[in-house]
Ligand binder design. Structure first.
Ligand SMILES: *Cc1c(COP(=O)(O)O)cnc(C)c1O
Length: 369
């Protein structure tokens, strides 16, 4: 086996995985748990895989402190599939769904719902180039909304809801796309009725999507739309404990290992503290650069997961990205829709990588301003 050259991985997703998890996979790849075969070669109906499957769900529940009022589902299709599945299950013909727009992903989520029914936006940061998440007091929310949809962390623009405390004031069900910050910080699950997240940012490889849904909502959707195919219904998957059809077994195995790693490294409060420190290193560098580095996000909406910034001109930005690449920093290009630079600092990105990036930013400024 080749050892991997050390690199600083700032990819936005799929993203860095903990080396310990990769080493465990390598060690178990051909002979999982002394079964004489890899986890990928086991039936999803056989005991070795079933144990992995239920352990992944149990660990997710432990880490988030999820009560028995919720089901944790392991599905496929990524967050984009949830953009469609949510309105299929929750949007009645005589209702409107409320999408709080905080970036490109929330727009995409709303666009899917628009195909199936009526929606509106009770709040939007679009006219401020998505630099900030709307102030809670300005948001319109009605008890009659089919649901209120939020995106907790805006991966492309580098903004995030700073806390979710006041969402409990909303009377309609609250649905959250947490793809890029779930398991990166603590939060009150009970303020949400449905949470979904693709694994490939903080908790594993692409291929598995975690859905957390309240039992009350599951009861309600049984009566919504009888024309929704079984595969697209949350209750189908809940009734079968996410074994209605073949799950993405290898991705679930990786999810289990990555969640164990989080647990062994102090759980969500430890992740949150470390992620906050990492982000602070870069935000301080931006704030102390006398305008050389310009953060996209307004201070009150900064994300700890994705730090977005530009340099004085496009030429200098491109030089920065080229030199960074040569120095072994991967994934610093901003999303193709917004350009600039983005450093994604998910759980598995080591503090040392962020320090190295900070040092590079400081020395690049010295040479180029
Ligand atoms: C990455 C991401 C998505 C898209 O996820 P897919 O798995 O590619 O469908 C959606 N929402 C957010 C917030 C994301 O970060």
């Amino acid at each position: 086996m080749t050892t991997r050259k050390s690199s600083h991985n700032f990819n936005a997703g799929p993203a860095a995985l903990p080396p310990e998890v990769l080493q465990q996979v390598a060690a178990e790849l051909e002979n999982f748990d002394d079964t004489g075969m890899s986890i990928m070669e086991h039936s999803h109906r056989a005991e070795p895989y079933e144990r992995v499957h239920h352990e992944a769900i149990a660990t997710a529940k432990r880490l988030l402190g999820i009560s028995d009022d919720y089901e944790v589902l392991l599905l496929q299709g990524g967050a984009s599939h949830q953009f469609a599945m949510v309105p299929y299950n929750l949007l009645d013909a005589d209702q409107r769904a409320n999408y709080i727009l905080t970036g490109a992903w929330s727009e995409k989520a709303k666009n899917e719902a628009d195909i199936l029914g009526d929606t509106y936006s009770g709040g939007s940061g679009k006219d401020q180039a998505y630099r900030r998440v709307p102030d809670f007091d300005t948001i319109d929310a009605a008890a009659e909304d089919a649901y209120i949809h939020v995106t907790s962390n805006n991966t492309i623009y580098g903004t995030a809801w700073q806390d979710f405390a006041r969402m409990s004031e909303w009377e309609a069900p609250v649905v959250a796309d947490m793809s890029s910050d779930i398991f990166s910080r603590t939060f009150p699950v009970e303020n949400f009725d449905l949470i979904y997240a693709g694994a490939q940012k903080n908790i594993g490889p692409a291929g598995v999507t975690v859905v957390i849904i309240s039992r009350a909502l599951l009861e309600r959707i049984k009566n919504v739309n009888p024309r929704v195919p079984a595969i697209l219904r949350y209750d189908t998957h809940a009734d079968k404990h996410s074994l209605y059809h073949t799950p993405p077994t290898f991705a679930v195995y990786m999810l289990k290992n990555t969640l164990h790693w989080i647990e062994e490294n102090g759980g969500l409060s430890a992740m949150e503290a470390r992620n906050r420190q990492k982000a602070q290193l870069l935000y301080d560098t931006i704030d102390n650069s006398a305008g050389f580095y310009r953060g996209h996000a307004h201070r009150d909406s900064r994300s700890d997961m994705n730090v977005t910034f530009t340099l004085p001109t496009e030429t200098i930005t491109n030089r920065f990205l080229d030199e960074a690449k040569d120095m072994g920093f991967s994934g610093l290009n901003g999303h193709r829709s917004v350009g600039g630079c983005r450093a994604s600092l998910y759980n598995a990105v080591p503090y040392e990588s962020v320090e190295a990036l900070r040092d590079f930013m400081v020395s690049f400024q010295r040479k180029n301003q």
